[in-house]
Design a protein around this ligand. Sequence first.
Ligand code: HGY
Ligand code: MN
Ligand code: MN
Length: 404
Amino acid sequence: MEHSDLAYLGRLFDTFYEVGALPDGGVTRLGYTEAEDEMHRRFTALAKELGCAVETDLAGNTYAYLAPADEYILIGSHLDSVIEGGRYDGVAGVMAGLLLLKRARDERCLLPLKVAAFRCEESSNFGCCTMGSGLVTHQLKEGPEQLARLTGKNGVTLGDVFARRGLSLTPPRITGVRAYLELHIEQGKVLEETNTRVGVVSTIAGPRRWKLQLKGLAEHSGATPMSMRQDALCAAAEIVLAVEQIGRREAALCESVATVGVLQNSPNALNVVPGAAELGIDLRGSRLDSLDRMEQDTLSAAREICQRRNISLTESKLSELDPVSMDPSLQQGLMAAADRLGISCRNMPSGAGHDAMAFAPLFPTGMVFIPCEKGISHNPMESTSLLSILDGADVLWAYLTATR
Ligand code: HGY
Ligand code: MN
Ligand code: MN
């Protein structure tokens, strides 16, 4: 029996700790892989220890609840990670959910709580984010055929992965959700730099993701004159810097950002002029006009650069989600709950995407942020404290118990 909430949170963290662990201290737990499966098995065991019923859906998401109810307040997040990521992204929210289930059980509180662990929230494996939550809320813009063709880092298509697992790319839509709440590390620096204990999220930026395949001509690096090359990597390098410029320009107007996170060069040999290159581009913004400008300008720059360098260009859009706003009354309720607890709090946007994006268009949805050290995330150095997770969980609890 845990003597304190912190002890219980510590045990939860230790239970997940070594899954997908890497020598440098990070973790890789890609969506719909064995590492994520193991995280869901451990989540299931922890939930059953609390006396919860546990269910999964046809997207592979896992749910835990103490007692049957027609409608639930769903507290969720994800258990997958990026490649070489940290141990708190997503996991902190699921830990907070389990803590609140334990608190409801110990205090015999009849709150209809359900905790969800969603699959494949990160775009790291298939290029599409919030896959598990987006499928069961029918909020993914990509249809099942397009999703089935997405290829994971190991070269297997999502369609094959789902077929092998008996999952469906057209699962029934989730029902019985009274509201959706998520606790998550901020993944930015604002809370820490302003010495604020929790954030209440106002909007979540929408992502637009593209894959650009460049085809030049692989040739001898010693014998091919500079004026006679079709160097795909040099074209890609120009595109990388063009994307950065577009992001910097938009950042001066609003909070948009633009990143080339994937760059593959082939044949990637010291004495061969690069014949092909592939870029993964991640555009984010809370304003549709800014997202449109960044998308158009990125594609026009890529087309101009490739045309000038005699490189063929294949563009494919990987995924897109619109920016979403959190429920205004939920925001006020969470801010008021923090105030009652004397926990410093601020309303703030989220540049990172979250499972909450899938729920916001359908149900009242709210998010609580907690600080992470130096704002670092998607990095083995990602860290927060159990006390911060407890702060966020206490704010959720104070809100839920005040409004039941
Ligand atoms: O990429 C993101 O915004 C989040 O970490 N899924
Ligand atoms: Mn993430
Ligand atoms: Mn996350």
